[in-house]
Design a protein around this ligand. Structure first.
Ligand SMILES: NC(=O)c1ccc[n+]([C@@H]2O[C@H](COP(=O)([O-])OP(=O)(O)OC[C@H]3O[C@@H](n4cnc5c(N)ncnc54)[C@H](OP(=O)(O)O)[C@@H]3O)[C@@H](O)[C@H]2O)c1
Length: 280
């Protein structure tokens, strides 16, 4: 049995979709009604990380689990790992972040991910870390303004990021969950090229078949946009992370997706074409 967490989110949803129908699959979700990707065969256990009993119900009989946590204020990895150990789980595949391997990256989110990796390393369980660069799907945040005014507004328009397609992260996750030889590996994951927001705008424009304009946000504008969606500490961590991109710290491209899956990493042009509807 494989357990997938985060199945209502970006990567976990893709992982559940890829595993559905291929083997016994269980999903831990706070809201059962939101679990769409896994199809009718998956067993859904209603629960959350703070509810130890629900974790034990979800983890009983599970061999390998895919772990997604995203609340920096909560000890969710610790909670999950304790329940996984108590349930006899063998292998946890954890969604982490590329920046944990960058000593210059000291924002709060990255430090929390380092701490979370340490919990799993020290647990005695087998582990695999997936460390992606920015998700290409972050561009969906631009969709409302693209739809209304044909404008992409972003910080540091000419600073590149080797962003990765969440579908490729999920493909790697599924290999790690189902095949041998992934224990003790930390996979840095990027797309096939480093691409700037201005270049992403051009790809979206091509995919939509209409001109789009790029407008650079000032730091203050970007910060106030972030503060509308996140608590101040998270907004500040994301601003620091953007600063690393400006310094060129996010442009390295690696071949891990191809090495692990045998298929080349998808580029942003493909992502934009496949998601054009969201911007149309
Ligand atoms: N976005 C990026 O560019 C990027 C880059 C590198 C790494 N990451 C890492 O990726 C992770 C986020 O992945 P994602 O974007 O796929 O996730 P997401 O779309 O933000 O969704 C988070 C998932 O986790 C579930 N969840 C959160 N708290 C939970 C709790 N207490 N109990 C049970 N389930 C809970 C959510 O369930 P609900 O639907 O109930 O909320 C949802 O399914 C973070 O660790 C982040 O640091 C992100």
């Amino acid at each position: 049995m494989i357990l997938v967490t985060g199945a209502t989110g970006t990567v976990g949803g893709q992982v559940a979709g890829l595993l559905a129908g291929t083997r016994p699959l269980r999903i831990l979700a706070r809201r059962r009604s939101e679990v769409a990707a896994a199809g009718p065969d998956a067993e859904v256990v209603r629960g959350e990380y703070a509810d130890h009993g629900s974790l034990l119900r979800a983890l009983t009989g599970v061999r390998a689990a895919f772990l997604v946590t995203n609340d920096i204020a909560e000890p969710d990895d610790e909670r999950f790992v304790a329940a996984a150990r108590a349930s006899g789980v063998r292998h946890v595949v954890k969604l982490s972040a590329y920046a944990v391997a960058d000593p210059q990256a000291q924002d709060l989110i990255t430090r929390k991910q380092r701490q979370n990796e340490r919990i799993l390393r020290d647990s005695g369980l087998d582990w695999t870390f997936l460390r992606p660069r920015a998700f290409m799907s972050n561009a969906l945040a631009w969709a409302p303004r693209v739809r209304s005014d044909g404008v992409v507004r972003a910080l540091h328009g000419s600073a590149p990021d080797a962003c990765v397609d969440p579908r490729d992260i999920a493909e790697v996750a599924v290999r790690a969950l189902t095949g041998p030889g992934h224990e003790g590996k930390a996979y840095q994951l990027t797309g096939p090229e480093a691409i700037t927001p201005q270049q992403q705008t051009a790809c979206l424009s091509e995919a939509l078949g209409r001109p789009l304009r790029f407008q650079e946000l000032t730091a203050d504008q970007a910060r106030s946009q972030l503060l509308r969606r996140y608590p101040p500490v998270v907004a500040e961590a994301l601003m620091r992370s953007a600063q690393r991109r400006l310094e060129g710290g996010k442009s390295q491209v690696v071949s891990t997706v191809r090495d692990v899956t045998g298929s080349p990493a998808r580029d942003f042009r493909a992502w934009a074409t496949d998601h054009a509807e969201a911007f149309a």
